[in-house]
Ligand binder design. Sequence first.
Ligand SMILES: Nc1ncnc2c1ncn2[C@@H]1O[C@H](COP(=O)(O)OP(=O)(O)O)[C@@H](O)[C@H]1O
Ligand SMILES: [Mg+2]
Length: 455
Amino acid sequence: MSLKVAKFYKKIAFRVILLYTGIIFLSFLILFFMVYSFFEAYLDNRTKEQLLEKAKSYKILYKQEKLDGLLKQIKKETEILNMSDQFFKVYKDEKEIFTVGEFISIPLKEVIDKKPDYYLFKTINNYYVLIYKLSNRYTLVIGKSTFSNNKLLNRLQDIFFISSTITFFISVIGGLFLTATITRKLKKISETAKDISSSMDLNRRVKTTGSGDEIDDLATVINTLLDRIQILVNTIKETSESIAHDLKTPIARIRSSIENAIIRNNMPKECSDLLGYVLEETEIINQMIADLLTISKIESGAYKLKSEKMNLSESVLKLCQLFKDYGTSKKVKVECDIEENIEIEADPKLLSRAIANLIDNAIKFNMENGKVMISLKREEDKIVIQIEDTGLGIPEDKIDKIFEKFFMVDESRSVYGSGLGLSLVKAVIEAHKGQIKVFSKEGEGTTFKVILPVG
Ligand SMILES: Nc1ncnc2c1ncn2[C@@H]1O[C@H](COP(=O)(O)OP(=O)(O)O)[C@@H](O)[C@H]1O
Ligand SMILES: [Mg+2]
């Protein structure tokens, strides 16, 4: 599960959604701050204006009915209207002579020597406070709690929080929806490309929709690339096939000439020995040509498998017995663990040749008193042939190359051989829709695992 999550982080869909949601969220945040500051400033101003209006109306009253009239009016108003969020104070010089509501000390220093009608706004202990000079000696102070304004601003914050959460989910769902179409198309292309590369079926192509968008362009480019690869591969195959064909006849001629010369027996022994050696070498070249031809035919699909129901257990057992003697001559012990009666639909000649090649390698690249373990068993719907040796092993950086044509880890190691054996094995196993895996540690040994489908 965590692996899936980790994979999702790397996906384009995730990055697009992240970017998309991020942009929406940021725009939302900017909008919120603008609305919030505008609203805050508006409420601030409105409260101040209200306070000033009130102070001015009190000033008129003060002028008409003097201080007593004003104080009576304030008392009356506060009693009737129950203004619990406001307070009123009147100072004579710096002395408080009247107060209704909250007890808050007000610093009057700044206004004490100012002229009548001078006013000043302050925020003290969560109160908007207006200090208003009624006359040279009397100062009126009106306070209004910031509570109701804060309540409105908090409400705005709540609305923002809820709507941003909703927007977040909508943008994630929207993002998923938007990217799903694109990633689905990309996934289809990459899956087909992967299939083509693993099956090496160069006749296949990625589907194009003809929509003309970037993804369709990509599919077309991949198809053009596949066309070129197919042409190239076919040319290589045809060339190697025709070279092999063309070599066959002159080699046959050389062989028959040498054979005739040897049969005539009218030359010194050294010469006939040398010719005998040349004959052996031409036989190796012949074998290489035959192998090359077989490999390219199998790889190109031109080779028709002569499939039939065969008893694989019996075939592998036969090979085991055959190689046991060969192993003894090389001081290598060959052990077999063959499950009985395993049957398979296959080309008996080719498959036996492939397995023989693997056993031959296991003995050839072994050490004195080494071991080779051959096993055959059925695992669910698969047949597994394993050839394990305690030989020289293959260096890690060469493992990927051993199935290439003519590749040998160390040519001096190979007493005889052409480097074609494993290419043939791989071609044969894959023609049977099987798989071949290799595990090796230099100096410790090598295991080849052949997995074949039962059918
Ligand atoms: N069982 C093995 N142990 C160590 N090396 C191996 C083994 N099988 C194959 N190799 C290496 O892979 C190379 C290619 O094998 P192959 O194609 O059979 O060629 P060849 O047997 O003609 O040398 C060999 O030359 C050898 O270096
Ligand atoms: Mg070999």
